[in-house]
Design a binder for this molecule. Sequence first.
Ligand code: PMV
Length: 361
Amino acid sequence: MEKIWLNEAFKGEVPNDFHGKVGWASPSNIALVKYWGKKGKQLPQNPSISFTLSECRSETFIEFEKAEKFGFHFFFEGKENPAFGAKIEKFLLDNQVFFPFVNQLDLKVESRNTFPHSSGIASSASSMSAFVMCLMEIERSLSLSKGRPADMSIQKASYFSRLASGSAARSVFTKMALWGATPYYKGSSDEYAVSLADDIHSVFKTYHDSILIVSGETKSVSSRAGHALMEGNPYAPARYAQANENIKNLLLALKLGDLDTFINITESEALQLHALMMCSNPSFILMKPNTLNLINEIREFREETKIPLCFTLDAGPNVHLLYPEQEADKVEYYIKNVLADYCDRERWIADHVGDGPKKLL
Ligand code: PMV
């Protein structure tokens, strides 16, 4: 794949009058089977599966014009943000072979998130995939200006997003995505994610994810450091074997609409992710007391009401409450009356499975 995209990269002279503005929105995603541990150039140690979200998005615009040399400015929510800008600039420089044309461009990037800044929700999946969509759009107009065919293939978008941030590879697909090679899914790859939209029961196509904000603080371990900690973790081999087993069983449960298996695997994966962090060296505890209170509440509520809701966690204290659309009224009533008390300033975000990136300009 790499070779095809290398050959396709726009390598010619950028026309002198080349300028414009592109814009894309791209969603965040929540993993059910987690990617935790990487190898090589941003390749996963095990496959992962996620829901693409809808309300939690990054909206990114790039203004570009022909320049003598590469110029880059990054603004986040109206203010220049050199720290985040440096991360994107590094991605561009490290992957120049794919985007050689940027060396002849001045880029002004503006990005914002639709979710609150202090919600503790990781934004690298949404922001990096939105950035990649914009970059591909610029290349597309360059190619068109030279009368060349232009490819906006979703696989290419996933491949480039992966190079920027592993989990971003999954954000470009509608409904659900699988990233990582597995014998249980034809066409799966470590290099890019694939869509699961045609292989899931209808109940999952409208699934809800209510994000219960336990703390809006930024995490105390970056995902880069977290992945690296897996290298010396004595439980790593067992973890990767278990993740592969979970992928096999979850793929079947998704197809059949088997909610019991879905719940079992999803909750076990969330707790495993945190268990791995706790037994790494140095170790991290990212759950807060209210994370555990919420988990206990959710499990009791499920037991009492038989409503098939469950939780998952990202690398932080916030709880993602997952449930079928048809239970939404009852669960939202329960959130407002019970679970919100455990949230930071009673904050929670009502999200649901969504349709992937959208062109804004
Ligand atoms: O994409 P990264 O490098 O930020 O890693 C994401 C890791 C988790 O969010 C914890 C799990 C996942 O699969 O999204």
